[in-house]
Design a protein around this ligand. Structure first.
Ligand SMILES: [Fe+2]
Length: 141
């Protein structure tokens, strides 16, 4: 995802930077997995603009513009924007897993479930970072 490197660079907390960088690596693998699913379906993948994701990325960009660098407030904003993206991805992959299951496409279901699981884990990690330290630090900044 294009927005992730900017979010990582904009983050102050080393834990947040690490979480974003780890997920950036996972996201590259998610693309490979989608290509695998297309292969299973004997379909050619085609790039298609996603208006919803573009809107979420614009929102993330405006958080970076509206907050000062090296602040935990910016980190709190980055987490909020990132979780919106993760929730959108969870909804998308969750639906795809359900459809694959319904269609009896067990290999596709397995591949998509791996990605869904990583999206959920990233979301949970972001919640943990926000609730265990970043939101409180941001409120006293
Ligand atoms: Fe993600």
């Amino acid at each position: 995802m294009k927005a992730l490197p900017k979010m990582s660079k904009g983050a102050t907390s080393s834990k947040l930077k690490k979480a974003i960088d780890t997920h950036l690596e996972q996201t590259k693998e998610h693309v490979n997995r989608l290509e695998e699913v297309f292969e299973i379906l004997d379909l050619k993948p085609q790039a298609k603009k996603c208006d919803a994701m573009e809107g979420l990325i614009e929102e993330a960009q405006s958080i970076l513009e509206d907050t000062d660098s090296d602040t935990i407030k910016r980190d709190a904003g980055i987490i909020i924007a990132s979780q919106k993206v993760e929730h959108y991805e969870i909804a998308s992959y969750g639906s795809l897993v359900s459809v694959a299951k319904l269609m009896g496409l067990s290999e596709a279901e397995k591949i998509l479930s791996k990605t869904l699981d990583e999206e959920k884990k990233t979301d949970a990690l972001l919640t943990k970072l926000a609730e265990s330290e970043i939101n409180e630090e941001a409120s006293s900044e």
